[in-house]
Ligand binder design. Structure first.
Ligand SMILES: *[C@@H]1O[C@H](CO)[C@@H](O)[C@H](O)[C@H]1NC(C)=O
Ligand SMILES: *[C@@H]1O[C@H](CO)[C@@H](O)[C@H](O)[C@H]1NC(C)=O
Ligand SMILES: *[C@@H]1O[C@H](CO)[C@@H](O)[C@H](O)[C@H]1NC(C)=O
Ligand SMILES: *[C@@H]1O[C@H](CO)[C@@H](O)[C@H](O)[C@H]1NC(C)=O
Ligand SMILES: *[C@@H]1O[C@H](CO)[C@@H](O)[C@H](O)[C@H]1NC(C)=O
Ligand SMILES: *[C@@H]1O[C@H](CO)[C@@H](O)[C@H](O)[C@H]1NC(C)=O
Ligand SMILES: *[C@@H]1O[C@H](CO)[C@@H](O)[C@H](O)[C@H]1NC(C)=O
Ligand SMILES: *[C@@H]1O[C@H](CO)[C@@H](O)[C@H](O)[C@H]1NC(C)=O
Length: 796
């Protein structure tokens, strides 16, 4: 991030504060063999330590024992502890986007656990469209996180997943998200949180080597909100956060102007699912403002999460996002006002020190009510109790047996490889050039500035991988005779001084794999791209190499953000294109397995790949819907009216599949299942052409769509079936199409598989009107499966 030296001084200061955090944390976290814990002898007799009492009683007991300064000390991620009650310090900030990551000061790799499994970056796992994979990954991360906690190397509260919609292809953190589609992102959020918090595992589920068996503390039908937590997950960044630093805009002060319609059907659905279905125990409010109000001061939005969505966890600010309310957004006039606004809006803890230092004076000035502080603490304690932090020695607790032997296990390594393979997307494969038969490859030239570096594999928010293998290592394990050169000095590829070596390798090799694309020097936190083209002279390198190689080349694209590779798409000298993104520590092996046909790729793009001309659109324009009157093309597959380089959901494989829709209703009568009282109401809807979904009894309207998929090729394969719908409504802002279901299924060569989708018309066939109200259009809807269309008429 040193590249960005033009930041205004205050921003630099904020960043330094945070960087300092990390440095201090590393120094202070010496290799403890055990975490410090409250309720240790002789401090175990307080009622808050008594595990027989209800959590609310215990929380209340703890609260009642605290002085005001002690209460305020809880409002900061680096809690300093209360020695007189035997409560040790606690660092709330740990990170685990796609593996235990060093970004949070709660994590240290300096104990006896030196590394943790690095799964593919989220965008790449998302490309698998495999829910059980997402769940498994989160579960594995959670096991490793608990093990590290037991070893004194991690906290219990993690700030993942990042579930903002990947709205603009330039976004530096799009890689951390599950992509652009609200349904897919919501599904990811639910699986991640369930897997990570561990609430939904059956009693018999085995963890790691099977040594540890999980059991349930609280058996309560239908409501897991106060059951134990293995770890706490956090839905972030709430909300409409997806711009780092672009033009004159910075995330710290950006005001996202969002319509009610976009809010309801794009920005909020992942958060709603994360809270309601995932039952996440934390929500993080973002830096930006939404329609003029900083997210962390937005009582309307935050209260809605608690009251309407039933959220019971704690709300943290993003780091220094309370300070920014005053210092950047100048939304208020003093530090005290910022603290008061955040607390009264519903923020419970501040990542940073602003509340720590300004709450007392805010109370003095009558701006903060004690009641808001007590509420905040009750929310924080509730989560800590659920994590069993106050149950005495964690090593005697339910998860106490997890230790270093559960980190970097063979099983997790295998899962990481599995995930990397499932996420690879085959974008082009002229004349079935791939897979290569290794017996017929006499020599392999590998070219590309990042191809021999493990640091290229992980993407943002990473830790120390267990056993990372580069692309070069992966390919070398298949072909002995390989030659590797960078071709460019680095990924930025500003000079062509290394092209000569690339030419030599290209000329001399039987086959050529060229690895280009992005890395974190091009896209990362606090850094958006300005172009969708390959960085620097990479495009020249590709053209150069492909023009002189013996055969057409295999082009491998790295990085999260979409690339405009139109030139390569149409170039017959480039036989195949694979997107590997940031495939995690097993990425080298995964790529090699795909290239040599030990794996049949089945990943699909989780976001639209736009042409470079898309960068003419201001990134700060949050509108999803196209506006022809000002040549605004709209965003994502649901609204983008332009031509994509590669569309959302695109991805080839080494076989072909054909589909049949076996059963789906062709009409749906909303009146059929309602009582007489509603009939009259409905009759009035014919003219307006829709019914508001809160007037419908949605459960009675659900139906099944059964489909068959036939693998007509010669290779077994896993394949993502995506079901879309569109309606012929004239309602303003209706999407071009929407994803209503997806399922990854395995189909053996020359055989068929059957799968079915449960469609809830209220959720799947509805849209948001301009007031942000969900409505179900009447008339014809079309259910689409690749090029099949099935008509469904909804009437009353
Ligand atoms: C571990 O400790 C070493 C030396 O004490 C330090 O340089 C390094 O940054 C630390 N690493 C982590 C991940 O904390
Ligand atoms: C814990 O609470 C239970 C239930 O109220 C009570 O019977 C028990 O005596 C308490 N234990 C201690 C050590 O105070
Ligand atoms: C956290 O606070 C303690 C004092 O309680 C301090 O010693 C430590 O350096 C702080 N750590 C970070 C990461 O700021
Ligand atoms: C950024 O600010 C400068 C100076 O105020 C202005 O000239 C320029 O047009 C702005 N750029 C954008 C992209 O808004
Ligand atoms: C690849 O990287 C490894 C480790 O950095 C290095 O030892 C090796 O020489 C490199 N290989 C080539 C062909 O550059
Ligand atoms: C799949 O079908 C396309 C179009 O018919 C064809 O060009 C391609 O070779 C087929 N792929 C395989 C692996 O059979
Ligand atoms: C394809 O699947 C079938 C049925 O499971 C299995 O018998 C066969 O070995 C598989 N083929 C390959 C190449 O894995
Ligand atoms: C989905 O992921 C799971 C977990 O890795 C794997 O076992 C399963 O085979 C995958 N399903 C398909 C169809 O690829």
């Amino acid at each position: 991030m040193e590249k960005y030296t033009t930041l205004v001084p205050l921003l630099t200061l904020l960043i330094c504060t945070l960087l300092q955090f990390t440095v201090l944390a590393s120094k202070t976290s010496s290799p403890n063999l055990q975490p410090q814990f409250p309720c240790n002898l002789p401090h175990n007799l307080y009622p808050f330590c008594n595990t027989s009492l209800p959590l609310s009683t215990r929380s209340q007991s703890l609260l009642s024992l605290l002085t005001l300064p002690e209460k305020i000390s809880y409002l900061c991620n680096n809690f300093s502890g209360i020695p007189r009650l035997g409560i040790p310090p606690y660092q709330w900030w740990s990170e685990s986007c796609h593996g235990i990551a060093t970004n949070g000061p709660g994590i240290s790799f300096n104990g006896s656990i030196k590394s943790a499994t690095m799964f593919p970056q989220v965008l790449n796992s998302a490309a698998s469209f495999n829910r059980s994979l997402w769940f498994e990954i989160a579960s594995a991360i959670s096991v490793e996180g608990r093990a590290m906690y037991n070893n004194g190397q991690a906290g219990l509260t993690f700030w993942a997943p990042n579930i903002n919609i990947f709205r603009d292809p330039r976004w530096g953190r799009g890689q951390e998200t599950p992509g652009e589609d609200p349904l897919a992102v919501s599904s990811f959020a639910v699986e991640f949180v369930k897997g990570f918090q561990g609430e939904y595992w059956g009693k018999e589920r085995e963890i790691g080597d099977g040594y540890f068996r999980k059991k349930r503390l609280v058996e309560k039908e239908g409501d897991d909100d106060d059951g134990f937590l293995m770890l706490s997950a956090c839905c972030k960044h709430f909300t409409a956060y997806d711009l780092e630093k672009w033009g004159n805009f910075s995330r710290y002060s950006f005001n996202a102007v969002v319509t009610e319609q976009d809010m309801e059907d794009t920005y909020q659905p992942p958060f709603k699912s994360c809270i309601q279905q995932g039952k996440a125990s934390c929500l993080m409010c973002s830096y930006n403002s939404i329609n003029g109000v900083p997210a962390c001061a937005s009582g309307d939005l935050l209260q809605k999460v608690r009251n309407d969505w039933g959220f019971k966890g704690y709300i943290t600010s993003d780091c220094d996002a309370v300070a920014t309310i005053f210092e950047y957004q100048q939304y208020v006039n003093t530090a005290e006002d910022a603290v008061a606004d955040a607390l009264s809006a519903g923020v419970d803890i501040n990542c940073g020190t602003y509340m720590l230092y300004n709450t007392e004076s805010a109370i003095g000035q009558g701006k903060v009510k004690q009641g808001d502080i007590d509420r905040a603490l009750m929310n924080l304690f509730f989560v800590l109790f659920r994590l069993e932090l106050f149950n005495g020695d964690p090593l005697n607790g339910m998860f106490g047996r997890l230790g270093s032997q559960h980190v970097c296990t063979k099983e997790h390594q295998r899962l990481s490889l599995e995930a990397a393979k499932q996420g690879i997307v085959l974008l082009k494969n002229n004349d079935n050039f791939l897979p290569l038969n290794k017996d017929f490859v006499s020599s392999l030239g590998i070219i590309g500035p990042g191809a021999n570096s493990t640091s290229q594999l992980a993407g943002g928010y990473s830790g120390v991988p267990c056993n990372a293998k580069t692309y070069v290592e992966g390919l070398q394990s298949y072909i002995k005779k390989t030659t590797y050169v960078g071709g460019c000095l680095d990924v930025a590829c500003e000079s062509n001084s290394k092209f000569d070596e690339a030419v030599l390798v290209a000329e001399a090799s039987d086959y050529v794999v060229l690895v280009v694309g992005l890395d974190l020097t091009q896209e990362t936190e606090d850094c958006d791209r300005v172009t969708l083209l390959l960085p620097g002279k990479q495009m020249e390198l590709v053209s150069f190499v492909s023009s002189i190689s013996k055969r057409p080349i295999i082009l491998v694209l790295t990085g999260g953000g979409p690339l405009d590779v139109s030139f390569a798409k149409g170039d017959s000298r480039i036989a195949s294109i694979l997107w590997v993104g940031y495939p995690g520590e097993a990425g080298g092996r995964a790529l090699a397995e795909v290239i040599f046909g030990d794996d049949n790729p089945g990943g699909k793009l989780p976001m639209t790949w736009y042409p470079e001309s898309f960068t003419n659109i201001p990134m700060n324009n949050m509108k999803m819907r196209a506006d022809p009157s000002c040549l605004y093309p709209g965003r994502t597959h649901r609204f983008y009216t332009g031509k994509a380089v590669y569309g959302f959901g695109y991805g080839l494989s080494y076989t072909n599949y054909t589909y049949k829709i076996l059963s789906a209703p062709s009409s749906l009568n909303l009146l059929m299942k309602v009582g007489a009282s509603l009939r009259r109401l409905y009759q009035t809807k014919v003219e307006i052409g829709y019914v508001a979904i809160d007037e419908l009894s949605c459960e009675t309207l659900m139906f099944n769509v059964r489909v068959s998929v036939t693998n007509v090729g010669h290779m077994n394969g896993s394949h993502v079936v995506m079901l879309y719908s569109k309606s012929f409504t004239t309602i303003e802002g209706a999407p071009i199409k929407q994803l209503i279901g997806f399922s990854r299924i395995h189909t053996v060569a020359h055989k068929s598989t059957y799968t079915s989708f449960i469609i809830d018309p209220c959720a799947h066939l509805s849209l948001a009107d301009e007031q942000g109200k969900r409505i179900l259009p009447l008339g014809e809807h079309v259910i689409m499966l690749e090029d099949l269309e099935h008509s469904l008429v909804i009437d009353i």
